[in-house]
Design a protein around this ligand. Structure first.
Ligand SMILES: Cc1cc2nc3c(=O)[nH]c(=O)nc-3n(C[C@H](O)[C@H](O)[C@H](O)COP(=O)(O)OP(=O)(O)OC[C@H]3O[C@@H](n4cnc5c(N)ncnc54)[C@H](O)[C@@H]3O)c2cc1C
Length: 384
């Protein structure tokens, strides 16, 4: 069914997951990715049970491989929520999630997740075109013409923009609108796990928070959130940003500071200003749609951006695999996904207060958020 082929702009977490889901439905897929090689886009991330359900809907062996590539908490494992003196204020019972929601949370390096998705995509027969950007598109009614940075065009039955926060495909669908700066930057790195907090920790203080989670083999990744005007921290070199962060942490318990101090020298600190966008009710038109951050970028407040991209991929993959009517499938996809992702964008925003009390960071005690975890992607079940 060559006329039903799909082009995906962007080979990040969402684009690759959709590629795998579509191949499962027998659909020819080309992923066009701007970068020439896999990029190390930040240290690590946590996938919550809903993300694991979505992965399993796409490919059960991929979900198993993701678990094996990261850290799955033991049933009684907790992540301490500590103050800057290292005193445990409360604990986040991360190990309980598997029993409650039928899948665990998994914390892992981004490169581990990206490499697995890439391997599964290639094995499934996804055509990868790297080092090329999508520059625009024209909906010709019965197909879409996709413009490429090498000056060529390609045509497909559908174009899905999984091209992230500054999506070119979004610009085509929804116009030019800058994202909204959330008021803080993030620094990310990886380190050996400290003996005192082998399963990571969460700590918030005045204008700064640090989250650390294990990635397996005695190691962890950390993310620091720092309230700051836009552009200030990304303008620094990684070394300068790391040194300035250590200055901000002076006086904190040594075990907490050491996690940042002992950052792998061969994996430079990644600095990212955090932006999101107001949720929109529709992000499809004709044969063109969006997925993941291109559709609903959110702050990391709820730790759900990648989770939502994986859920999108499971639902859209199911719908496109079962219908020849692409515009209908894309409309149905948005009907399924827009309400849920709008809730998550808003909940993430709600948790963006870097300056909060010592229990202010996201924890899995937070019932508003844990309500999200049991969601199943209904791959192949979502109706048109
Ligand atoms: C500090 C921080 C912590 C986070 N923690 C978590 C967490 O714990 N759990 C979680 O679920 N999520 C987390 N997230 C969110 C998560 O990283 C994103 O939501 C997720 O990466 C979105 O995936 P995506 O595929 O939509 O976009 P991306 O991962 O941004 O991928 C987009 C891809 O498109 C490519 N591209 C861009 N433009 C073009 C173009 N014109 N043509 C072709 N290719 C293009 C890019 O090179 C990139 O590979 C966090 C984010 C941040 C910043």
């Amino acid at each position: 069914m060559a006329e039903q082929s799909v082009v995906i702009a962007g080979g990040g977490i969402g684009g690759l997951a959709l590629g795998i889901a579509l191949r499962r439905g027998g659909i020819p897929v080309t992923v066009i990715e701007r970068t020439a090689a896999l990029r190390d886009a930040g240290a690590g991330l946590v996938l919550y049970p809903n993300a694991l359900h979505a992965l399993a809907e796409i490919d059960t062996s991929l979900a198993s491989a993701v678990r094996a590539a990261g850290h799955v908490p033991e049933a009684d494992e907790v992540r301490p929520i500590v103050n800057t003196r290292g005193v445990v204020v409360t604990t986040d019972r991360v190990g309980e999630l598997a029993r409650k929601f039928g899948a665990p949370q998994v914390s892992l390096l981004r490169t581990a997740l990206q490499s697995l998705l890439l391997r599964y995509a290639c094995e499934a027969g996804v055509r990868m075109r790297r080092g090329t950007s999508v520059t625009g598109c024209t909906d010709l009614g019965d197909r879409v013409e996709v413009g490429l940075s090498d000056g060529n065009t390609t045509t497909a039955a559908a174009l899905i923009g999984a091209d992230g926060l500054h999506s070119v495909v979004r610009r085509y669908l929804l116009g030019v609108e800058p994202p909204r700066y959330c008021g803080y930057t993030t620094l990310r790195g990886r380190s050996p796990a400290p003996a005192l907090f082998p399963h990571g920790f969460i700590v918030t203080a005045d204008g700064i928070g640090v989250f650390a989670a294990p990635t397996g083999s005695g190691r962890l990744y950390w993310t620091a959130k720092v309230a700051a005007p836009a552009g200030v921290w990304p303008a620094k070199s990684p070394e300068e940003a790391w040194a300035d962060l250590l200055t901000l942490l002076s006086g904190w318990h040594p075990a907490l500071v050491d996690v940042v101090r002992c950052t792998d020298p061969d994996a430079p600190v990644v600095v990212t200003d955090i932006n999101d966008r107001e949720p929109v009710a529709d992000w499809s038109r004709g044969r063109v749609s969006l997925l993941g951050d291109a559709a609903h970028p959110m702050s990391p407040g709820a730790g759900q951006g990648a989770g939502m991209a994986l859920e999108d991929a499971a639902v859209l993959g199911g719908l496109l695999s079962r219908t020849a009517n692409i515009p209908d499938a894309l409309r149905s996809y948005v009907r399924h996904r827009a309400p849920r992702t709008a809730v998550v964008v808003n909940q993430s925003r709600h948790r963006d207060h870097v300056v909060r009390d010592e229990r202010g960071e996201f924890s899995t005690h937070d019932t508003e958020l844990t309500d999200l975890f049991g969601w199943r992607a209904d791959f192949g079940q979502a109706t048109e």
